[in-house]
Design a protein around this ligand. Sequence first.
Ligand SMILES: NC(=O)c1ccc[n+]([C@@H]2O[C@H](COP(=O)([O-])OP(=O)(O)OC[C@H]3O[C@@H](n4cnc5c(N)ncnc54)[C@H](OP(=O)(O)O)[C@@H]3O)[C@@H](O)[C@H]2O)c1
Length: 254
Amino acid sequence: MAKFHDKRVLITGGGTGIGRELVHRFLSEGARVVACGRRPGPLVSLQQEHAPLGPRLMTIECDICDPQDVAAMAKRIDGAMGGLDVLVNNAGVEERGKLDDLELRAWDRVMNVNLRGTFLVTQEFLPLLRKAGRGANVLNLSSSLGSVAEEGTLAYSVSKAGLEMMTRCCALDYAREGIRFNALAPGIIDTPMQDRSKGELGYQEWRSQMEQLHPLQSIGMPKDVSAAALFLCSAEADWITGVILHVDGGISAR
Ligand SMILES: NC(=O)c1ccc[n+]([C@@H]2O[C@H](COP(=O)([O-])OP(=O)(O)OC[C@H]3O[C@@H](n4cnc5c(N)ncnc54)[C@H](OP(=O)(O)O)[C@@H]3O)[C@@H](O)[C@H]2O)c1
């Protein structure tokens, strides 16, 4: 039987990049998947791509920073599915800059989405995870920058370090209930989040510079992240909680 047969999975930021690959992988393993994001375009194209699966994929326009949006999404998912087995907090944004050139607006945007938004969604969906009972779990998308500092990444790195601590605190707080919390910390993955850097350097130059940052001398693809994600969210990882799994071509080994 498929690994996630009939499991109910929510993926925030599911319309693009890593989130979109996760939608695809969970669907192919038999899950019922909800993907959310702010822009309708990526969600509509996701629905079109998976049209033959019909009711196994639901898309919802939702800004994870807006408490009303998040509450409405939880109500809709609860009504349609009666609970949630897996929450993947994948939505995230990046702003570059050092202390002296990072605008407060950019700092706030990163903290708002990566930390406050993730907190809001997780808090709102906890009752649905409880309904699913022991084995329900949350996977947070951190970054290698959550623990390895790099120049010009202040706000993003701080937000991901915070997200890793959120993962560990929640892992302890809900361990007795059997609800697991883990995180993935990817290195550079070729997704739309990298479009600005790709545009600045040109694709080939960007790729060769990014490859050199990784001991394995290659960048990651969304499928590298989804393989690790499916393991951590599955019953095979039933005794794993509070873990930050690095999927980073060796960056964290340094
Ligand atoms: N790519 C990398 O190199 C890399 C490395 C390490 C970690 N990560 C992490 O992996 C996760 C996925 O990123 P990605 O690389 O796949 O980039 P991406 O394609 O830009 O995906 C980010 C997704 O988040 C959604 N999102 C952003 N703000 C949102 C909000 N307020 N409410 C709801 N959805 C929101 C976006 O959709 P809308 O704009 O439509 O809302 C988008 O679909 C992020 O947490 C990122 O920090 C990425």
